[in-house]
Design a protein. Structure first.
Length: 71
């Protein structure tokens, strides 16, 4: 799961960015399609960001248990 963590973070960021760009284009009057496209981008991006956060808890727990976090 560690090797997938960075991919989840990147996919989440891209999904949220696509959603924001779609909203900006919609506000400027460009015909981008439906609201389902915007909603899908935000939901997909949020899903991958949650996976990224959840996959990082194991590393954080290991780091705190080993004392590496203390200086």
């Amino acid at each position: 799961m560690k090797q997938w963590s960075s991919l989840f973070g990147a996919l989440g960021a891209v999904g949220i960015l696509f959603g924001l760009v779609s909203v900006a284009l919609l506000v400027m009057g460009a015909p981008i399609g439906t609201f389902a496209w915007i909603f899908g981008n935000f939901v997909g991006g949020g899903f991958f960001l949650v996976l990224w956060i959840l996959s990082g808890f194991d590393r954080l727990r290991d780091r705190l248990a080993s004392g590496e976090a203390r200086r």
